[in-house]
Each structure stands twice: as structure tokens, then as C-alpha cells.
Design a protein around this ligand. Structure first.
Ligand code: PHE
Length: 348
């Protein structure tokens, strides 16, 4: 009987070598490994043998079964590999020969300049066209330049206009306390100490104030400081420059108003408001909105930096960059600028 099985293995081997497709392979499997195959029948018969014969014959039959299964698996794998290859070749072929010209192109995501950067670029260009030189200060200032040199002594109530982030002193010898600058005005002094008039400069930069945040207040924001010093400079010059810049910047119908104000380092001090006659958002429509502080440079500042008495006049201003950007692009909340929210940034 076992010999029959060995013969069976031989024919099975011969047959499988001529199997050409998966259907034939399946038929082969049913014939040699299926429930009605001679092998299965043989296993069923085994129970009729004595235990020792059962063991010997069983082992032999199992061996043959294993060989048949191996034959089957091997062939199956061959077909599988062939299929995979055919499939990828077909895919490649299809890809290579097919080009759908009606497909819309893929949009490549482009990065954007931050709205504040856009406004900085535009304003520095506009001022540049009017002959202004750009200088930059540092975010960390001393108490002297941020306050005292600007006529804001320690006990002066005006200091309360600028809630300050103070920096812990490095050691006891440190002369002037350090702080995060609350405005860009300290650069007025630093520049004048090193340069003789006439000049016109702008100082774009970041400022900090220790304030509760809301839609129009942030602890960090930006200003563009301006300083013009010459022999015959008046508020009329300032007004014409501001008109020129703002009209070009907003490119729409705005009204500009100059209003009395107070800053210790200018005299007289003024504030500039603008009003949109037609504004997209009702928040801004027909309302006066403050956009900068300004004024004629206080003579004491000139004296302190050693300028010749009564020879020079100048005006200074500090523009709120976030404010201008919000107005220009209809941005409802100042906190959006520092949120890094891509949905916000994508719009610019
Ligand atoms: N530095 C002032 C502020 O931060 C603005 C200002 C600048 C006022 C220059 C007058 C002249 O509020």
C-alpha cells in the first residue's frame, strides 16, 4: 500500500510540472490532497492496522503528504510571483502610456509673508522714498534710555502709560536697570547722541508692555518710530508727511485728524487718528481710530545730547504697526498676529 503511495507521489510530481495555470493547480490539489484523494482515504484506513503498523505507515504517509504540500506551495508561490510581476508591469505600462490632460494641476502650497512683514516692507519703502534712513535698536533697553532720557523720571505719573517688563539685575554694580523696551523712542536719544542733524530716520521694532491682553492689546507689538531733525522743521512738515504716507498706504478714502495729547519728550504732543469713510467692517466704519503719538521734539532732549542751543528743530512720531495692519486688512483681533495659525496666515 505504501508503495502505491510512493507511485502516487511520482505521478503527482510529474503532473504538477506540467501545470500551467492556477485552475489546473487547484484541480491537482483536489486530486492529491483533497478529502477524497487516495492519501486521505489511506489515512482513514489506518485505523484498521495494528498499533505498530499504524505508527510506521502513518509516518510514511505523513512524509508523502508533506512532500505533496511542498510541491503545491512551491507551484503556488511561482504563480503568485508571476502575478505580482504581471500586475506591476501592467500598472507601469498603463501609467507610462496614459496622460489625462483634463486632470487639474496639483496646487503647490506656497508660503506667505506674515501680514506684519508685509506692512513693515511697505512702510519702510514709503518712508525710504521720502529720504528716511532705517535704523534699528535693541529689544532690551536701559531704564535711562527708555524713560529718564525721555523726560520720564521714576516718580513721574507718565511712567504709568508704559507698564514695564523689568529684567532682574545681573549684579549690584549694574548702573541702569534693564527692561524690555516699552516703545521705540529710546532710539531717538541713542541716534542723536551719535549723529549731528540734519537727518530723518525711522526705527522699526518690537516693543513690550506688561498688560492684560484683549482683542486690541498684546504684551508684544511693533512700532515704527520716526525722527526728523533739521533747521526749519515744523508740524506742517509732519502733517504733510503723515498725509502722504497714510493716503498711499491705505489707498482709500480716509480722513486724518490731529489731536492734542501729552508725551513728556515732545512739546506740543499730538495724536493722529484716522477714519474710514467706507470700511468693510462696521467695527471701523465712521469711527476715529488712534494710530500714532507724535509731537515736536522737546528742546531738553537736544540739550541733553549736546546739540547747539536753539539751532535745531524736529518732530518725532511712533506708529502702531499692528493697528495699521488690522485696519488695512480688516483683522479683528491683535492676538491673531502671534497665534501662528496657518488658516490666518494663509490669507495674506
Ligand atoms: N513712544 C510713544 C508711545 O509709545 C509714541 C510717541 C513717539 C509719541 C514719538 C511722541 C513722539 O506711546
Amino acid at each position: 500500500m505504501v508503495w502505491e503511495l510512493f507511485n502516487l507521489l511520482k505521478t503527482a510530481e510529474e503532473e504538477i510540472s506540467s501545470v500551467q495555470n492556477e485552475k489546473d493547480l487547484e484541480n491537482w490539489r483536489i486530486k492529491y490532497l483533497g478529502r477524497k484523494s487516495p492519501l486521505s482515504l489511506f489515512f482513514k484506513e489506518l485505523k484498521n492496522f495494528s498499533p505498530s503498523e499504524k505508527k510506521e505507515l502513518g509516518e510514511k504517509a505523513n512524509e508523502i503528504r508533506k512532500k505533496l504540500v511542498d510541491l503545491y506551495e512551491k507551484k503556488k508561490n511561482e504563480f503568485q510571483a508571476e502575478n505580482n510581476l504581471n500586475f506591476s508591469l501592467a500598472k507601469k505600462d498603463k501609467k507610462a502610456n496614459f496622460f489625462d490632460i483634463t486632470q487639474p494641476g496639483k496646487r503647490i502650497p506656497l508660503s506667505h509673508l506674515h501680514p506684519l512683514t508685509l506692512v513693515f516692507n511697505e512702510l519702510t519703502n514709503l518712508f525710504g522714498n521720502l529720504g528716511f534712513q532705517i535704523v534699528e535698536g535693541l529689544d532690551i533697553e536701559t531704564e535711562y534710555y527708555n524713560f529718564d532720557a525721555l523726560r520720564i523720571p521714576e516718580d513721574h505719573p507718565a511712567r504709568e502709560m508704559w507698564d514695564t517688563f523689568w529684567l532682574a539685575p545681573k549684579d549690584k554694580k549694574q548702573k541702569s536697570k534693564l527692561l524690555l523696551r516699552t516703545h521705540t523712542s529710546p532710539m531717538q536719544i541713542r541716534f542723536m547722541e551719535k549723529h549731528q542733524p540734519p537727518f530723518r530716520i525711522i526705527v522699526p521694532g518690537r516693543c513690550f508692555r506688561y498688560e492684560a491682553t484683549d482683542f486690541s492689546h498684546e504684551i508684544q507689538f511693533h512700532q515704527i518710530e520716526g525722527l526728523v531733525v533739521d533747521e526749519n522743521v515744523s508740524l506742517a512738515n509732519f502733517k504733510s508727511i503723515v498725509n502722504n504716507i497714510l493716503m498711499t498706504f491705505f489707498r482709500k478714502n480716509i480722513e486724518i485728524r490731529f489731536r492734542n495729547s501729552y508725551f513728556p519728550f515732545v512739546s506740543p504732543g499730538i495724536e493722529v487718528d484716522i477714519k474710514f469713510k467706507e470700511a468693510k467692517s462696521s467695527v471701523y466704519k465712521n469711527k476715529w481710530l488712534e494710530i500714532m503719538g507724535a509731537g515736536m521734539v522737546h528742546p531738553e532732549l537736544f540739550q541733553n545730547v549736546g546739540y547747539e542751543k536753539n539751532q535745531w528743530q524736529g518732530f518725532a512720531f511712533g506708529l502702531g504697526v499692528e493697528r495699521l495692519t488690522m485696519l488695512k486688512y480688516n483683522i479683528p483681533d491683535i492676538r491673531l498676529f502671534f497665534s501662528s495659525d496657518i488658516r490666518f496666515l494663509k490669507q495674506f
